[in-house]
Design a protein around this ligand. Structure first.
Ligand code: AMP
Length: 567
């Protein structure tokens, strides 16, 4: 039986105290995410339950029970303390998706330090910007990434320790480098958990850089309340489920729903550090009998591109509930997933700053493909006028998404950048920077980033709408739509298209695609140009960086691209 009963029932008299009571938290008391993710589950008698099933390259695999998770995170926590790491010191986790990343994250939180996870694929410059901003005290990393830290070491006097978890003895250690081998370290049975309170800082996430300079989003331990309840109600993870969140913890989805949420509810989760291929993903689902799967539109589109034949080679019957986050989930993807997996992906909308899911398609709720669904109970979300910031009451009218501040997992500030933080609020609404419409049944429909919406001759065009139409054409694998300058209309629509294997760019194909989408779009939304590309610029969390494509069209500086894949 789903945790979520019905929208009406769960929204009526909703109070966050539902989660507080389930977690045994009392106002003013201690709340430490690290403890909740390991010790508490053991105290509930589930110490022998599998917490983490991990697979890596070269056939490597490991399994950790909740008791292992508790013990190992104690060990890392105690080690950090022995180095002199203090509460609220920033400790960067700069690793591939290996167990030490997950366990280290919990260990850092247990001692009251702030976990700063960063994508291990970042180059030295991208790393430096973020470590400088946070004045990070220690970095936990792997041998293969140490050279990047060495390159920037001179610029980081505040960085005292470079902790290498898989040191290769043939490689001499250099300045500030030390070795910590979790498997060889003596397990620490008792660790004094730092008595963090509601507002104690927990996690510092750097935003993906789809807009502006990277900003350090500061979260607090009380965020657990939202993350716990959304994991239960939206992802619907039950006691006997096997859960797989495909996100890297360098991105907020990989921590809120790849560490905190699932471990806090005592789930069994699988992680693979093997890179993407459709075969490999389906094999993983089949092998571990994954039941709940949380992924992203970019991955879903890659699976669509790989085709249906490959799906048929595997037994994916274990899948029970699918969800997606990070980008607009095109109706095409929802319909495809229903066709090939027999289940739709449930869209979830949120962002680094919100810390947890804000608007979503709940299990059991009627899905309108292409819609983000409805606000989570306790979340007041509306659309506001972009000029006056007054609520828009007219159904179907485009406005800025506005969320009433005050939910537990809301960011508390941008690190060292309170000014930018304050700018996110207008007329007492928090503005995530996205545009949407609301239909008469209260469903939200994503239009685009506030800065992505195309204004052509005074008519607003959603890039998402055009991309969705393009994606329905059998030759199109992925697309990104941006504004290009135009003398008369100010902006016109330009589409970048990545073709599926077997299709060649040509004038004929151009015409065919245009005729195809003409039936789906208003004439004003029709692209004036299609450019075929092999790759679309994306962030490491898989978001298409339309900003980069747009800048090219306008001959402008694309701004910060440090979060871009292949930078
Ligand atoms: P990030 O903080 O990197 O996760 O980026 C958050 C942004 O990604 C949001 O403000 C949206 O622009 C976009 N986003 C996340 N989830 C969705 C979704 N379900 N539909 C449309 N856009 C989304």
């Amino acid at each position: 039986m789903a945790h979520f009963k019905s929208y009406e029932e769960n929204t009526r008299n909703f109070n966050w105290s539902i989660a507080e009571n389930e977690l045994g938290y009392k106002e003013g008391g201690v709340i430490n995410i690290g403890w909740y993710c390991s010790d508490r589950i053991c105290e509930m008698g589930k110490g022998d339950k599998k917490a983490l099933i991990w697979e890596g390259f070269g056939g490597k695999h490991k399994t950790y029970t909740y008791n292992d998770l508790r013990l190992c995170s104690n060990t890392i926590g105690a080690y950090l303390k022995s180095l002199g790491i203090q509460p609220e010191d920033r400790v960067c986790l700069f690793m591939d998706k290996i167990p030490e990343l997950y366990i280290g994250f919990i260990g850092v939180l247990k001692i009251g330090a702030i976990a700063q996870p960063l994508f291990s694929a970042f180059g030295d410059e991208s790393l430096l910007v973020r470590l400088e901003n946070a004045e990070t005290r220690a970095i936990i990393t792997q041998q293969k990434h140490v050279s990047k830290v060495r390159k920037i070491l001179d610029k980081m006097p505040y960085l005292k320790h470079i902790i290498v978890v898989d040191h290769d003895e043939k490689k001499p250690l250099q300045e500030r480098e030390i070795v910590f081998d979790l498997e060889k370290a003596a397990g620490v049975e008792q660790l004094e958990i730092h008595p963090t309170k509601k507002e104690s800082p927990s996690v510092l996430h750097y935003t993906s850089g789809t807009t502006g300079q990277p900003k350090g989003v500061k979260h607090v331990h009380y965020s657990l309340i939202s993350q716990y309840l959304t994991t239960k109600w939206v992802l619907d993870i039950q006691d006997d489920d096997i859960y797989w969140c495909t996100a890297d913890p360098g991105w907020v989805t990989g921590t809120s729903y790849g560490i905190i949420g699932p471990f806090a509810i005592g789930a069994t989760q699988c992680v693979q550090d093997l890179g993407f291929s459709a075969e490999n993903w389906y094999r993983f689902i089949e092998k571990h009998k994954i039941t709940v799967w949380y992924s992203a539109p970019t991955a879903i589109r890659s699976l669509m591109k790989a085709g249906e034949e490959v799906v048929k080679k595997f037994n994916l019957e274990s899948l029970r509930h699918l969800a997606s986050v990070g980008e607009p989930l095109n109706s095409e993807a929802v319909i495809w997933s229903e066709k090939v997996f027999g289940k739709p992906f449930h869209d979830t909308y949120w962002q680094t700053e919100t810390g947890s899911i804000m608007i979503t398609n709940f299990p059991g709720m009627k899905i309108k493909p292409g819609s983000m669904g409805k606000p989570f109970p306790g979340i007041t979300a509306i659309v506001v006028d972009p000029e006056t910031y007054e609520p828009i009451n007219e159904t179907g009218k485009i406005g800025l998404i506005g969320i009433k501040p005050g939910w537990p997992s809301m960011m508390r500030t941008y690190w060292n950048n309170e000014e930018t933080y304050q700018k996110k609020f207008k007329n007492n609404w928090y503005l995530p920077g996205d545009r949407a419409t609301i239909d008469k049944e209260g469903y939200f429909w994503f239009v685009g980033r506030d800065d992505d919406v195309i204004n052509t001759g005074g008519h607003l065009v959603s890039p998402f709408e055009v991309e969705s139409a393009l994606l329905e054409h059998p030759a199109v694998a992925e697309s990104a739509v941006v504004a290009k300058p135009d003398f008369v209309n100010m902006e016109v629509v330009k589409a970048f298209v990545n073709l599926k294997p077997g299709f060649q760019a040509s004038k004929d194909l151009d015409l065919e695609i245009m005729n195809f989408i003409r039936k789906k779009l208003s004439p004003l939304a029709m692209p004036q140009e299609i450019e075929y590309v092999d790759l679309l610029p994306k962030t490491r969390s898989g978001k298409i960086m339309r900003r980069v494509l747009r800048a090219k069209e306008w001959n402008e500086d694309p701004g910060d691209v440090s979060a871009m894949e292949n930078d």
